[in-house]
Design a protein. Structure first.
Length: 231
């Protein structure tokens, strides 16, 4: 599987892994708030599992919807410009490294939805709240997710769109799951500074690897970049 493919689930998974270093600080507090405290009868493993399964289902639904839009946008781009499109993926990983997503405008409706969801969760059983929050996670403000939705659109079909968003969601699972189940250990061992440095390193390495795969667009011997787009 080509890492540089614009619609590659492998690339989406790597993006999810790198994004999870950011998600741990953004979605992490919400996800950890679901976990039972001392004296609760709820099972922590069950709540965490319900949350992540529902979250992946939400990503899959969004990916299917985006992929169903198809490749119509590509029809408006000339062939000469199309060969440069994969470089957007390089820009995406550089943006992850430099945290450019902080400068994206906030969608007021999504911010209001997040506040209402938090209030609703406080009045529901933890398992029910975990399912609701998980499925609604793709609707929470997230710059990297917006880019993944674009990739799902370019995937050209609902099935491929599901693959892209599901792979992205799977990439975010390990660190978020660790944050939920080992919150105090994560807070002590994985400092924000350490997470930031790892995010920057992984994102820049990935950007460099994709740039190498795209060297053909700059006149160097290499794969035809137009093959990276779905046909």
């Amino acid at each position: 599987m080509e890492l540089a493919a614009v619609n590659s689930p492998g690339t989406a998974f790597v993006a999810g892994l790198i994004t999870s270093l950011h998600c741990a600080g953004m979605c992490g507090p919400l996800a950890c708030a679901l976990m039972p405290v001392r004296g609760d009868r709820a099972d922590a493993a069950t709540i965490s599992t319900v949350y992540h399964v529902a979250r992946l289902a939400g990503y899959a639904a969004l990916g299917g919807l985006a992929g169903a839009v198809g490749q119509a946008p590509l029809m408006w781009i000339s062939h000469s410009a199309l060969r440069w499109l994969p470089w957007l993926l390089v820009l995406f990983f550089v943006a992850l490294a430099l945290r450019w997503d902080r400068y994206l405008p906030r969608i007021a409706a999504l911010s209001r939805f997040t506040l209402k969801l938090q209030g609703w969760m406080r009045e529901r059983p933890r398992t029910e709240a975990a399912a609701a929050l998980g499925f609604a996670t793709p609707l929470l403000p997230c710059g990297p997710l917006y880019f993944m939705v674009v990739l799902a659109v370019l995937a050209g079909s609902a099935v491929r769109g599901i693959e892209v968003l599901l792979a992205f969601g799977l990439g975010t699972v390990p660190l978020l799951w660790l944050a939920q189940t080992q919150f105090h250990w994560v807070r002590q061992k994985l400092s924000p500074l350490w997470l930031g440095r790892v995010r920057i390193g992984l994102a820049l390495i990935t950007a460099a690897a994709i740039s190498w795969r795209l060297r053909g667009t700059l006149g160097f011997p290499g794969p035809d970049p137009t093959n990276f787009l779905c046909s």
